[in-house]
Design a protein. Structure first.
Length: 209
């Protein structure tokens, strides 16, 4: 064989060997056709999962925006409600201030009250005021002593359980007193105490309507 052909073949073989050596030593390993198909399938699944996560993230962002909008709306409504409550409290103070004073005076004044007999019970509304009220409401106890007649026409009294309450500069107490069977109430003595069985802060007697 000519010398040049031998050198050519040797150079080709040397080049092929160098490529194989570099590929095996420094380049990533080659994968089979089956492994390549599996890899493409996994890549497709990963892409589908990524698209699904992107869609879910977008939906979550939309829900978050909707929640923030609703929160702002509720915050606005709460601010309006607080402003309305403040105005009502001022109106209540003005109304109570226009009521006649408690004839008996007292640390807590009983400015007005209404008792209505309703079939074995007594519905009441009592308006209180505390001239030296601080920023916090003062805890009190309300004691109602009902005087009236029995079913046979005799006089009787009934002391209702003590009702805990609190009073600021003004306070309205509402509730219902369950009466003994057959009792016809005539009047109610209202006692304002600093605690159950404690010191009297105010007292007034009102008729039942």
């Amino acid at each position: 064989m000519p010398r040049w052909l031998i050198l050519l073949l040797f150079g080709v073989a040397l080049g092929i060997g160098g490529v194989i050596f570099i590929q095996e030593r420094y380049l990533p390993p080659r994968i089979s056709v089956e492994a390549g198909e599996r890899l493409r399938g996994e890549l497709g699944s990963s892409e589908a999962a990524r698209l699904g996560q992107s869609k879910e993230l977008a939906e979550t962002a939309q829900r978050l925006d909707a929640s923030l909008t609703e929160h702002k709306k509720l915050a606005g409504e709460l601010a309006d409600s607080r402003a309305a409550v403040g105005r009502l409290q001022e109106d209540l103070k003005a109304i109570v201030a226009s009521l006649p004073p408690d004839p008996r005076g007292g640390e807590v004044e009983i400015r007005a009250g209404r008792f209505v007999a309703t079939g074995g019970a007594l519905d009441y509304t009592v308006v209180l005021s505390h001239g030296r009220a601080g920023p916090a409401a003062m805890p009190i106890s309300m004691q109602y002593v009902v005087s009236g007649d029995t079913a046979r026409g005799g006089s009787t009294t009934f002391t209702a359980p003590v009702q805990p309450a609190d009073v600021g500069s003004t306070s309205i107490q509402r509730g219902t007193i369950a009466l003994p069977d057959g009792m016809k109430p005539r009047e109610v003595a209202i006692h304002v105490l600093d605690r159950s069985g404690g010191r009297s802060l105010g007292m007034r007697v009102l008729e039942v309507h």
